[in-house]
Design a protein around this ligand. Structure first.
Ligand code: SAM
Length: 232
């Protein structure tokens, strides 16, 4: 039996590539985006009442991780990428039906547009449904997950002086909290756990329309080297 679903909208996100997106929502509270609803959901009626809600669940498609052959086991980055687990024990992107779910902050509601923060979604992500977060039912303080019992340990983020000046200047131009976004995302240490980088090895990612470059001067410290306008 098959069912068909269609997106009710698409996310325009600060994240232009999968690399360096936090592994879950809320890890980077300054990660922002807009969910643009498509007809007929772009009318005010569809979102009436949502202004009473601080957070929403988004159900979405991992559109850049879809696969024809379902996997039964995956290697979650959380476990270092070298230990496999049943796909249903994880929040891996490669999963049957490719459906993701995230609780995100709802900053502002308008007909056809929801302003969001704390997102972990790639630019262009198709959204299948929106549901209000219901604290009494959705928050379970005594729930247990021995594989991921707390947020990942953050790494120290340092700035080269020039990079910090560049980041502040792009933040002003974009009217976005870019410095905090870079710090919050890079503190999650996006590099694969199995890589032990030399100080000479540089990494890069695009947030909004800027390219950010960094390296690891010491294994426990990440240093931002450059924040420059991306090539169009
Ligand atoms: N909170 C969601 C969940 O639990 O279903 C997503 C968790 S998943 C581990 C988070 C990762 O999904 C991010 O680090 C990012 O690299 C990836 N991701 C986000 N949007 C995506 C998309 N549209 N297609 C493929 N991968 C995506």
């Amino acid at each position: 039996m098959t069912y068909s679903v269609e997106p009710i909208g698409f996310v325009r996100s600060c994240f232009k590539e999968k690399f360096a997106i936090p592994r879950q929502p809320q890890l980077a509270p300054t990660a922002r985006g807009v969910l643009e609803l498509v007809p007929p959901f772009d009318q005010g009626d569809a979102v009436q009442g949502l202004e009473q809600v601080s957070h929403v669940w988004l159900l979405f498609v991992f559109h850049q991780a879809l696969e024809d052959k379902p996997r039964l086991k995956v290697r979650p980055p959380r476990l270092g990428g070298n230990k496999s687990m049943g796909v249903f024990a994880t929040r891996a992107t490669h999963r049957p039906n490719g459906i993701g779910q995230s609780v995100v902050r709802l900053e502002k509601v308008e007909a056809g547009k929801l302003w969001l923060s704390g997102i972990d979604l790639l630019d262009g992500t198709p959204v299948l449904d929106i549901k209000p977060y219901v604290p009494y039912a959705d928050s379970l303080p005594h729930a247990r997950n021995d594989m991921a019992s707390s947020a990942p340990v953050a790494i120290a983020v340092e700035w080269a002086d020039a990079a910090l000046v560049q980041a502040h200047s792009h933040a002003t131009r974009l009217a976005e909290p870019l410095v905090a976004l870079i710090e919050q995302c890079l503190a999650q240490d996006p590099r694969p756990a199995y890589q032990v980088p030399t100080p000479a090895r540089e990494y890069g990612v695009r947030f909004w329309d800027v390219d950010v470059r960094w390296h690891y001067p010491r294994p426990d410290t990440l240093r931002v080297l450059e924040v420059v306008a991306a090539e169009p």
